[in-house]
Design a protein around this ligand. Structure first.
Ligand code: NI
Length: 160
């Protein structure tokens, strides 16, 4: 396993839309393992492949309940709302208040290529929505209201 280099805003790699993974092989397994290591070493709770310069639909998340690896994740259901501050490993020093669904259902392939589904809420749901944004080239700063910019920023929050 190797630690990967996390791209930092305004690196153009962060704006690339990830391609769907056609088949999950050893390369994807190795990459997911490297992404997980990178996430842990960086003390984040989630990481998307586009953050390490790879345009594949791969995500790792661990909000404290164990590591989850997602291939081709798609949110199939959203419920409720939560508003909280989010940080991002690719946007150091920024914490931005973002409204997200409170509960999500995600369809994905696991690292063995098997169709899977998970339902989660709270921080996990927030992390899933944050990482799916990454896979479509969207960053937390895109949520900033320019007028309220200074009011909504604070210094400490979880980095996803
Ligand atoms: Ni992020």
């Amino acid at each position: 396993m190797a630690k990967l280099k996390i791209r930092i805003f305004p690196d153009p790699d962060l704006r690339v839309k990830a391609d769907k993974v056609e088949s999950v092989g050893q390369a994807e397994k190795d990459l997911l393992a490297d992404m997980a290591l990178t996430m842990y070493l960086s003390q984040g709770v989630g990481l998307a492949a586009t953050q390490v310069g790879i345009s594949k639909s791969l995500v790792v998340i661990d909000v404290g309940d164990g590591l989850i690896k997602l291939v081709n994740p798609i949110i199939t259901k959203k419920e409720g709302a939560q508003v909280s501050e989010e940080g991002c490993l690719s946007v150091p020093g920024e914490c931005i208040k973002i409204k997200r669904a409170k509960i999500v259902v995600v369809n994905f392939l696991n690292e063995d290529g098997e169709p899977s589904r998970i339902k989660g809420e709270g921080l996990f749901a927030k992390a899933v929505q944050h990482e799916l944004d990454h896979l479509s080239g969207k960053l937390i700063i895109d949520y900033l209201n320019p007028i309220k910019k200074l009011l909504t920023r604070t210094k400490s929050c979880r980095r996803i």
